[in-house]
Design a protein around this ligand. Structure first.
Ligand code: HEM
Length: 153
């Protein structure tokens, strides 16, 4: 929490020093491009049911859903809950893979545990996970210097 606040403040200072105050809603100047760069470093997803989700256009990414497994293509995992990093499966999967929310074919929501992602790879740096959390809590803005256009639930 302290590190996240410090990151946000640092971004504010840097942006102000550049002659512009552009910090938007706590997002630390992060946009989709920065999140793609973090995720793009994590390796090849092989036959993963989510495929290369960080390559899709922004509008698709913020609403991205994929099958929990190829065997159960009707059970879906939603990647993000914009404005709510604590409920976002992206963050849970990168932290420890626990309590991933899955929507079953009948609409029921259950939680499952999966291997920490990226599966078989080294874990994501916690500073990178914190950036992803800041970005989600700012409403997943497409660009770091503009506010989110996504509705709050
Ligand atoms: C850049 C980030 C990620 C990478 C590189 C990655 C990589 C992988 C790999 C290599 C596999 C195994 C594929 C195979 O069996 O050939 C896998 C499976 C899977 N991943 Fe990911 N993953 C990432 C993020 C995520 C996220 C954010 C979620 C959930 C929100 C997730 C959910 C799953 C699931 C449900 C499976 C199938 C279950 C399993 O194989 O155990 N992954 N992923």
């Amino acid at each position: 929490m302290i590190r996240r606040t410090a990151l946000a403040l640092l971004a504010a200072v840097v942006l102000t020093a550049c002659g512009e105050t552009r910090l938007v809603d706590g997002g630390a100047g992060l946009g989709y491009a920065e999140i793609q760069a973090i995720l793009g470093k994590l390796g090849d997803p092989g036959d993963a049911p989510h495929e290369r989700f960080w390559k899709v256009p922004y509008a698709e990414f913020v609403d991205y859903r994929f099958p929990a497994s190829w065997d159960n293509p009707q059970d879906m995992i939603k990647l993000l809950e914009p404005w709510n990093s604590g409920e976002s499966n992206l963050v849970k999967a990168l932290r420890d893979g626990r309590r991933i929310r899955v929507t079953k074919h009948d609409g029921k929501v259950v939680t499952i545990n999966i291997p920490r992602m990226p599966k078989g790879g080294s874990g994501v740096r916690s500073s990178d996970i914190e950036k992803i959390e800041l970005w989600i809590d700012a409403g997943c803005p497409e660009f770091g210097d503009k506010p989110s256009t996504l509705p709050r639930k």
